[in-house]
Design a protein around this ligand. Structure first.
Ligand SMILES: NC(=O)c1ccc[n+]([C@@H]2O[C@H](COP(=O)([O-])OP(=O)(O)OC[C@H]3O[C@@H](n4cnc5c(N)ncnc54)[C@H](O)[C@@H]3O)[C@@H](O)[C@H]2O)c1
Length: 452
C-alpha cells in the first residue's frame, strides 16, 4: 500500500529505524479518522510533532570490568513529549538498544501515559550494555557510570526514569544511589525504588497485575472471567512473573514462561510454589528458565531455534495469551497458530510484541486483542502514584495503591471502548480505541500550549 505524504516524510526523516516506523504507522492508521474529522490536528501538524522527540540525548559510558579492562558503552535518553507532564519512561539495558528501539518505546509511552489520565509526559532511555553474565560489582559500576552523565538531564519535575528490560530493583538501587550522591538531594527522581527507601507498594507488581485486571475487564464484556482459563505467558522477568501471580489469583492456569533461550511448558499449570521457583531462578540465581525442569521434570523445555519462522510457545492450545517478553515476539505465523487454536484473548504485557502483519490478521478475527499501551499501563500508573507519595512525603498502604491501580485499569478499558464507539470502530476496538483516546488527550494539550 502506498504510504501517504505524512508517513513518507516521517519514514524519510528516520532512516534505518524500522521499529520506530512500525509504531508510528500503527498509530497513524488508528487516528486517521480523528485527523479527518478535526482539521486542527492536521493544520497544527500535531501528528508530525508527536513523532519528533523534544530532545535526544546520547552519551559515552566508560566503566571498568572485573578484569580491569575499560569497557565503552553508549547511553541514551529520548525526551519525547512533555505536554502532559515531565518526561517519564523506563530505562532498558540490552545489546539491541538503539535509537529505533528507544524512539518506538518513547512514542508508545506518549499514548500509554496519556491513557493513565495522570500528569505524565513521555520518554525512554537505556544502553546497549548487556547485563547477562555480568557480576554484581560490574552491574553497580556500570549503573554509576551511566548515571554520571544522565543525572544532569533528570529532575523530579523534569524527567523521571524507571526500569524496563535489564533494569530491575537492583539496578534502580544503584542508579538512585548515584543520582542522590551527585545531586546531594533525596527526591523521587526514579520510580521502582524499594519500598524501604522511597518506593511504592505494588510498583514491582503493577505492570503484570494491571495487565490481568485489564484482561478481566475485556472478558467481563462477554460476561466471562479468567476462572479455569489456560494462559500462555512469555517472558520470565518482572512483567511475566506478576502476570502469572495474578492469573493464579484469578483462578486461571498459566502453563508457560520463557526467556531468550527457550520456554517451559507445564501442562499441569504453574502454581504459587512453582512461580516462587521461577522467581528464584530469575531474581536470585540469575539463571535460565531451563532450570525449571530440574525441579519439575513433568514440564517440558523447548529451545528457541533462530531458524524457525514461528515460535512453538504460541502454538500450544490455550484460551488466553499474554506476551510479556519483548517487541515483535509474535509474528503472523504465530497469530495464525493462535487463531487456529481458538485463542479468545491476547493482551500485551510487553511493548509491541505483535508484528504489524500479526495485527492485520487479528483485525476482524474475533479475537479480543489489547495493545500494550493500554494493557501494560499499570506500571507507569503506579510510578505516577510513587511520584505523588514522594512529593507529599507519604507512604500509602498496599491496599490503597492496589485499589487505585485497579481503578485506573478499569478507566483505561472504558476510555478505549468509548473512543472506539465514538469513531464507529468495529474491528480491533482496543487497538484503535487506545490510540485514539491517547492521541486526543496529548493532541489537545499540544494545541492549547501553542507552537513550542
Ligand atoms: N517493567 C515494567 O514496568 C514494564 C512496563 C510496561 C511494559 N514493559 C515491557 O514488558 C516487557 C518485559 O519487561 P520486563 O520489565 O519484564 O523486563 P525483564 O528484564 O524483567 O524481563 C524480560 C524478559 O523477557 C525475556 N526476553 C528478552 N528478550 C527476549 C527475546 N528476544 N526472546 C524471548 N525472551 C526475551 C528475558 O529473558 C526476560 O525473561 C518489555 O517489552 C517492556 O518494555 C515493562
Amino acid at each position: 500500500m502506498a504510504k501517504n505524504e505524512v508517513l513518507s516524510r516521517i519514514t524519510k526523516r528516520n532512516p534505518n529505524q524500522p521499529e520506530f516506523i512500525q509504531s508510528v504507522e500503527e498509530v497513524y492508521d488508528s487516528v486517521k479518522p480523528v485527523l479527518d474529522k478535526h482539521s486542527i490536528y492536521r493544520d497544527l501538524k500535531i501528528f508530525e510533532r508527536m513523532t519528533e522527540p523534544e530532545r535526544l540525548i546520547s552519551f559515552r559510558v566508560n566503566w571498568v570490568d572485573d578484569n580491569n579492562e575499560i569497557q565503552v558503552n553508549r547511553g541514551y535518553r529520548v525526551q519525547m513529549n512533555s505536554s502532559l507532564g515531565p518526561f517519564k519512561g523506563g530505562l532498558r539495558f540490552h545489546p539491541s538498544v538503539n535509537y529505533s528501539i528507544l524512539k518506538f518505546l518513547a512514542f508508545e509511552q506518549t499514548f500509554k501515559n496519556a491513557l493513565t489520565g495522570m500528569p505524565l509526559g513521555s520518554g525512554k532511555g537505556g544502553s546497549d550494555f548487556n547485563p547477562k553474565g555480568k557480576s554484581k560489582d560490574e552491574i553497580m559500576r556500570f549503573c554509576q557510570a551511566f548515571m554520571n552523565e544522565l543525572f544532569r538531564h533528570l529532575g523530579q519535575f523534569t524527567d523521571i526514569p524507571a526500569g524496563d528490560i535489564g533494569v530491575g530493583g537492583r539496578e534502580i538501587g544503584y542508579l538512585f544511589g548515584q543520582y542522590k550522591k551527585l545531586q546531594n538531594e533525596f527526591t523521587g527522581v526514579i520510580t521502582g525504588k524499594n519500598v524501604k527507601w522511597g518506593g511504592s507498594w505494588v510498583r514491582i507488581e503493577a505492570t503484570g497485575f494491571g495487565l490481568i485486571y485489564f484482561a478481566c475487564n475485556m472478558l467481563g464484556e462477554k460476561n466471562d472471567s479468567l476462572k479455569g482459563k489456560r494462559c500462555l505467558v512469555s517472558g520470565a522477568g518482572n512483567v511475566a512473573q506478576h502476570a502469572i501471580e495474578k492469573i493464579i489469583e484469578m483462578g486461571g492456569t498459566p502453563v508457560t514462561a520463557s526467556d531468550s533461550s527457550g520456554f517451559i511448558y507445564d501442562e499441569e499449570g504453574i502454581d504459587e510454589k512453582k512461580l516462587k521457583v521461577i522467581m528464584d531462578i530469575k531474581n536470585k540465581r540469575r539463571g535460565r528458565i531451563k532450570e525449571y525442569i530440574d525441579e519439575f521434570p513433568n514440564a517440558e523445555y523447548h529451545e528457541t531455534s533462530k531458524n524457525d519462522d514461528y515460535n512453538e510457545l504460541w502454538n500450544i492450545p490455550a484460551d488466553c495469551a499474554f506476551p510479556c517478553a519483548t517487541q515483535n515476539e509474535i509474528n503472523d505465523k504465530d497469530v495464525k497458530n493462535l487463531i487456529d487454536n481458538k485463542i479468545q484473548l491476547i493482551a500485551e504485557g510487553a511493548n509491541m510484541p505483535v508484528t504489524s502483519e500479526g495485527q492485520e490478521l487479528l483485525r476482524g478475527s474475533g479475537v479480543m486483542y489489547a495493545p500494550g499501551k493500554a494493557s501494560n499501563a499499570g506500571g507507569v500508573a503506579v510510578s505516577s502514584i510513587e511520584m505523588t507519595q514522594n512529593r507529599m512525603g507519604e507512604s500509602w498502604t498496599r491496599e490503597k495503591v492496589n485499589k487505585q491501580l485497579m481503578k485506573i485499569m478499569n478507566t483505561i478499558h472504558k476510555d478505549c471502548l468509548e473512543a472506539a464507539k465514538e469513531y464507529n470502530i468495529k474491528d480491533s476496538i482496543y487497538l484503535d480505541g487506545a490510540n485514539i483516546a491517547g492521541f486526543i488527550r496529548v493532541g489537545d494539550a499540544m494545541v492549547e500550549q501553542g507552537i513550542v
